[in-house]
Design a protein around this ligand. Structure first.
Ligand SMILES: NC(=O)C1=CN([C@@H]2O[C@H](COP(=O)(O)OP(=O)(O)OC[C@H]3O[C@@H](n4cnc5c(N)ncnc54)[C@H](O)[C@@H]3O)[C@@H](O)[C@H]2O)C=CC1
Ligand SMILES: NCC(=O)COP(=O)(O)O
Length: 346
């Protein structure tokens, strides 16, 4: 008899944000995913989320990952972790909420590293809450990198990771992530840009099955520096990184003007854009619709995806948050074909 496939772990996110309720809405929309995915988190948080999203959604509390396959369709499967000692207010930064979110992430990542789950999907966390709870990492990406490096017994520098944001029109991978713009500019080094191109190429080939991904590399400065008139990073750093990548057989192009490279990629000229800093890459993808984007961490020893949005404290507890980005993230983790677009809600 064939063993059931390993489930995908979905962390509940910050209990004060929209994470738990978009998870509840996801399982209403996708009742059959109840035996393929398991929510890791606080049972009462998930019960509250089921309640605010309306209608019947019974919780199926399981103790072992292997029990996931027996969860009936139409329920909300939860593997409990140490959670909240009291309910938290919706939409407020709280160290207790941050600590509960951290516990869920740690549990899911350990399961992935031990091979108990096939992938991890993370619901949004509030970065100030993580900080108030004492986490020394700004977001999931850096935290997951640290957990994975510790598991493999290597320094984090030997496990470089990058953030990719994608939808059905664009993909972008960032040279730096959660740092100030000043620090991000300093991070535009030959080593970092080249490593980003390499990680991107490897992911698109090995995970996404592309034979020869076409990688556009954005410049840092207006018009990619205009031949050095508006800054020298393109001449001194980015062009040599692209040349080094090409010498390794990577189909890298650039540096290209950042204001038009995304338009070119969207028209099909490139498979992915390497962006020099967080907002350069994330604005074009999010602008195409928050509900379609998926955040993927490249370079980890397991697959991790996430919706592209945050905790949306302004919507938390209303039941109005859209679960579509989470749905796309879970579909990617289940390695299902990309989802067709849904009509925009009124
Ligand atoms: N993967 C993660 O854990 C992420 C966490 N964050 C964190 O979330 C916190 C809040 O970040 P913000 O910049 O306010 O961005 P946000 O994405 O939480 O909210 C931005 C805007 O988008 C709307 N929005 C977000 N998700 C939505 C949904 N599912 N349906 C409908 N509307 C939605 C919000 O109502 C708000 O108007 C921050 O601490 C940030 O660092 C941000 C992005 C990703
Ligand atoms: N802007 C993306 C974001 O903040 C998500 O970060 P992470 O928690 O996935 O590292």
């Amino acid at each position: 008899m064939n063993a059931a496939p390993r489930p995908v772990a979905i962390t509940m996110g910050d209990p004060a944000g929209v994470g738990p309720e978009i998870i509840a809405k996801l399982f209403r929309r996708r009742p059959q995913w109840a035996s393929r995915c398991v929510v890791v988190g606080d049972v009462e948080v998930m019960r509250r989320a089921a309640h605010v999203t309306g209608g019947r959604l019974p919780l199926a509390v399981i103790e072992r990952w292997a029990d996931a396959a027996q969860v009936p369709p139409g329920s909300l499967p939860v593997l409990p972790v140490a959670g909240l000692s009291a309910p938290v207010a919706w939409g407020r930064v709280s160290p207790m909420a941050g600590a509960a979110a951290i516990a869920a992430i740690e549990c899911a990542v350990q399961a992935a590293l031990q091979g108990d789950v096939a992938a991890v999907v993370t619901a949004p966390v509030h970065k100030e809450a993580l900080h108030q709870a004492g986490l020394p990492y700004p977001g999931h990406t850096e935290f997951l990198q640290a957990l994975a490096a510790r598991h493999q017994g290597c320094p984090v520098a030997q496990m470089p990771v990058r953030m990719m944001l994608s939808n059905d029109e664009l993909r972008t991978v960032l040279v730096s992530i959660h740092v100030s713009l000043r620090t991000a500019i300093e991070a535009v080094t030959l080593e970092n840009v080249l490593e980003t191109i390499r990680i991107t190429d490897r992911h698109l080939r090995q995970v996404m099955g592309m034979a020869a991904p076409r990688i556009a590399v954005a410049g840092l400065n207006p018009h990619a520096g205009e031949g050095g008139l508006f800054g020298r990073e393109e001449v001194d750093v980015i062009a040599p990184a692209v040349a080094a990548a090409r010498a390794e057989g990577v189909d890298a192009h650039g540096p290209l003007p950042p204001d038009t490279v995304f338009m070119q990629a969207r028209r099909g000229a490139y498979d992915v854009v390497v962006a020099q800093y967080h907002d350069q890459g994330l604005i074009p993808v999010k602008y195409l619709g928050l509900e379609h984007g998926v955040n993927t961490t490249l370079g980890l020893p397991f697959l991790r995806t996430s919706p592209d949005h945050g905790t949306a404290f302004d919507l938390a507890g209303t039941g109005r948050a859209d679960p579509s980005s989470l749905e796309a993230a879970v579909a990617a983790a289940l390695r299902e074909p990309p989802l067709p677009r849904r009509p925009k809600p009124d």
